[in-house]
Design a protein around this ligand. Structure first.
Ligand SMILES: Cc1cc2nc3c(=O)[nH]c(=O)nc-3n(C[C@H](O)[C@H](O)[C@H](O)COP(=O)(O)O)c2cc1C
Ligand SMILES: [Fe+2]
Ligand SMILES: [Fe+2]
Length: 389
């Protein structure tokens, strides 16, 4: 499938994978993107997950039409992209791997028994590689997921190969520029995969500003060919941990329903008070990665949870752990706790919130005993007011 006259898409859909990275549900599948640049010297841009090696090798072989590739550019060593490197090395002994120093260092870790001596070209920031009419310019992007990551700017056609950056969940079924997964699934992908690395993403965006980019080719999901400012603008916002909505997410974890009732009552109160957007998520049932993305999208977060064995009910514990490790910041958080004999959920949620950088706790913390009663309404009202201001 041609993207431009000389750049071919040779990526594959994976529609049978249940969990990406063994943790993120991908009901619409995922792609492992790979590209072929045809020139005097042919370059392959990344490989694919081992799950799809055979299908990818068939595509690559067909696209090559009997020619021999000269370079395999490895932008990211993670197995969803580096998984078929060995297959290339075995099939074409003359191929040279082009990668960052860190990636070259990692190669033997992933492929025991393959001798990479004299088979790698190490590149650094600003290095270029001429293929004939095309010139690849390498831009280091450490921690735009992993430390060895680099992206590649092709100067003639002005294409940015962006590694995991601008990636999206969802299979493409041959519709290479189908951006329906933006921003929803792109956001879920971003915050869960790259969320912790906002600062490195910012650094990469600053470098990208200096390039004249006509197209972005990521390693997952559609190629971006139009309206690039829109997508880059979203990445800029996300990587600065800025909320997209001024609204409130109410995330609740309830054992017997009392906390859930209080959370849903709070949602009604906030809507009555004119909150711009209020969404509710039952953490016991929702996909945690979607809940996490929603927490980052909304300016404010209201946590409501039952006390549990002298601690915090586990779905809320997991949710707080996840948003914390992904670097949740620049948001405001309120708390409702529930307990039947010694409520303690609130204290643990408060400690978790206080440990986060630039997260403001909105008080009062509301304590419900077993089920919300009319006597709880003034406190609920006070919290609702505080969440609105
Ligand atoms: C296994 C288990 C452990 C609990 N541990 C505590 C506890 O340590 N302290 C407490 O006050 N309530 C505890 N509770 C009571 C819950 O917090 C109770 O379900 C809650 O007060 C009512 O809210 P809910 O209907 O949303 O679950 C526990 C309940 C269960 C089922
Ligand atoms: Fe990755
Ligand atoms: Fe990836």
């Amino acid at each position: 499938m041609n993207i431009t006259e000389n750049i071919k898409y040779i990526g594959v859909d994976d529609t049978t994978l249940d969990l990406f990275e063994n943790q993120y549900a991908v009901p619409e599948g995922v792609t492992y993107n790979s590209y072929l640049i045809e020139d005097d010297k042919i370059a392959i841009m990344d490989t694919v997950d081992r799950r799809k090696s055979e299908e990818w090798m068939a595509r690559l072989t067909e696209a090559l039409e009997g020619r021999t590739p000269i370079y395999l550019v490895v932008q990211h060593m993670e197995p969803d992209h580096g998984g078929s490197i060995a297959a290339v090395m075995e099939r074409w002994p003359e191929v040279q791997i082009v990668a960052s120093a860190k990636a070259v260092q990692m190669l033997p870790q992933f492929f025991e028994g393959i001798d990479f001596t004299h088979r790698t070209i190490t590149v650094k920031e600003g290095d270029t590689l001429s293929l004939g009419h095309h010139t690849l310019q390498f831009v280091m992007a450490p921690m735009v997921h992993w430390p060895e990551v680099m992206v590649t700017y092709e100067q003639t056609e002005r294409v940015l190969f962006s590694a995991d950056g601008f990636g999206t969940f969802g299979a493409l079924y041959g519709n290479l520029t189908d951006c329906r997964a933006w921003p929803g699934e792109a956001r879920r992908y971003y915050y869960n995969i790259c969320g912790k690395y906002g600062q490195p993403v910012q650094q990469l965006l600053r470098k990208a500003e200096k390039l004249d980019i006509a197209m972005i080719c990521p390693l997952h999901g559609p190629m971006l060919t139009e309206d690039l400012g829109h997508y880059i603008g979203l990445y800029d916002k996300w990587s600065r941990y800025e909320a997209e909505s001024d609204g409130i997410l109410i995330a609740y974890a309830s054992i017997h329903g009392g906390t859930a009732a209080a959370a849903l009552h709070m949602a009604r109160l906030l809507r009555e008070k004119g909150a711009s957007e209020v969404t509710t998520i039952d953490l016991c049932r929702a996909d945690m990665s979607a809940a996490l993305a929603e927490a980052f999208r909304m300016k404010r977060l209201l946590l409501a949870a039952s006390s549990y064995d002298g601690g915090l009910f586990t779905p809320m514990y997991e949710f707080l752990h996840r948003i914390a490790i992904k670097g949740y910041k620049n948001h405001q958080v309120g708390i409702i706790e529930n307990g039947s004999w010694a409520p303690c959920a609130g204290r643990i949620m408060k400690e978790a919130v206080e440990a986060m950088k630039d997260v403001e706790l909105i008080e009062p913390i509301v304590t419900i005993r077993s089920a919300m009663k009319p006597t709880d309404l003034p406190a609920m009202e006070a919290l609702a007011e505080a969440m609105m201001s």
